[in-house]
Write a protein that binds this ligand. Structure first.
Ligand code: UD1
Ligand code: UDP
Length: 367
């Protein structure tokens, strides 16, 4: 029997790893061990509750205002003990967080083979997103299995000279998650509040955007002040830097509702009912195309060009004037809105977890 350990620590990793945990746990030929680092605390627990996953280990490393040094050192040292105790045959890490980088590094030091879920995303710019581009490039160097969500990410890996025999195109497990969360009969009091308006859902949290948050928010606020038929719901990331900027610019606007982070079931259903989305998130750029929701990406570059090619995503940067113009365009130009709101599914068919599991356990094939 193969012992497979999954390691993750933040909200987005959990949303994309829990479907895989549940798929692996349904297979008698695997012994599945879940180790969460606790890089996030409340936002991680929300996801574990929605997917019914109870971790075997929780390193519980989060501290308020943690630095990259804190997270890297605590995950690396915490993982050493867990790996010594469990000696897994395979460890799976996800994406581009510091949890993924430091847990992967611990496995590399211990000589344990690693599979990278969501491998091969690239901007080729180590400053954006920071430090995520560095994290994912590093992880891809030492992995035995590179589970690329799309052909674009596979090609990025091939371009770097990675061995084709290690690369498997599987689709993104985010689409697996979305299949289980979006419901036709979903209701929520905040949706009733927005019923008479065009609902805009927004999020922002990226480290490289911390200095630009006020600029981003100011561009958005100008549009909301001009268009009375708009209501915005913004579940604010628990990072105090993000929270204080959001409260400063939006706090006195009665058509912008700042809420606590939502659990994935709520949030995915809000996305499914939105008129449009404003975000710097990575995961939301994957979810929106399959829901047919236009997204203005509040960043200078994206590692998710598939959504741009599909026509659903537009990268608008962080400059207040540009955000104002592009947001207004989507509200006033029907052709623009129609072109961006066609449901497309460049990120997979909802069976990525099954493919990854088959590849690991029975030599299954990719897409
Ligand atoms: C991290 C990831 C980023 C990912 C994001 C998803 C890194 C370097 N960054 O960034 O790639 O896009 O998660 O959201 O790995 N906090 C809480 N409770 C929580 C979560 C966060 O209070 O449940 C607060 C804490 O004060 C914490 C701070 O947010 O110190 C920042 O968390 P951290 O994980 O360091 O950075 P993120 O910006 O969340
Ligand atoms: N999300 C959520 N609740 C929220 C905001 C986002 O469940 O209040 C989900 C979202 O649907 C996506 C993931 O969290 O699946 C994205 O996480 P985040 O934006 O924190 O990180 P990123 O994807 O940018 O790494």
């Amino acid at each position: 029997m193969k012992k497979i350990m999954l390691v993750f620590g933040t909200r987005p990793e959990a949303i994309k790893m829990c479907p895989l945990v549940n798929e692996l746990r349904s297979r008698p030929e695997a012994k599945t061990v879940v180790c969460v680092t606790g890089q996030h605390r409340e936002m991680l627990q929300q996801v574990l509750d929605v997917f019914g996953v109870t971790p075997d280990y929780n390193l519980d490393i989060m501290s308020p205002g943690q630095t990259l040094y804190d997270v890297t050192a605590r995950v690396l040292m915490g993982m050493k003990d867990v790996l010594d105790k469990e000696s897994p045959d395979v460890v799976l890490v996800h994406g581009d967080t510091t949890t993924a980088f430091a847990a992967g590094l611990a496995c590399f030091y211990a000589g344990i083979p690693v599979g990278h879920v969501e491998a091969g995303l690239r901007t080729w710019d180590l400053a954006a997103p920071f430090p995520e581009e560095f994290n994912r490039q590093c992880v891809d160097i030492f992995c035995r299995w590179l589970f690329a969500p799309t052909a674009v990410s596979r090609d990025n890996l091939l371009r770097e000279g990675k061995d084709a025999g290690r690369i498997f195109v599987t689709g993104n497990t985010d689409i697996d998650a979305l299949k289980t969360t979006v419901r036709t009969d979903y209701t929520h009091p905040d949706l009733e509040w927005a019923e008479d308006s065009r609902l805009v859902v927004m999020t922002a949290h990226r480290r490289e955007n911390w200095d630009s948050l006020e600029s981003i928010f100011t561009g958005i606020r100008r549009v909301v002040d001009e268009f009375e038929d708009i209501k915005v719901i913004y579940p604010v990331h628990l990072n105090p830097i993000v929270k204080s900027a959001a409260e400063k610019v939006f706090g006195d606007c009665d058509r912008i509702k700042l809420t606590a982070p939502m659990d994935a079931l709520d949030f995915h259903n809000f996305l499914a009912r939105a008129y449009m989305i404003l975000t710097d998130s990575g995961g939301i750029q994957e979810e929106a195309p399959s829901l047919g929701k236009p997204v203005l990406v509040l960043r200078d570059v994206t590692e998710r060009p598939e959504g741009v090619a599909a026509g659903t995503l537009k990268v608008v940067g962080t400059d207040a004037d540009n955000i104002y113009e592009q947001f207004k365009l989507l509200l006033t130009d029907e052709d623009e809105y129609f072109a961006m709101s066609q449901a497309r599914n460049p990120y997979g068919d909802g069976f990525a977890s099954k493919r990854i599991t088959d590849i690991l356990l029975t030599g299954g094939t990719d897409m």
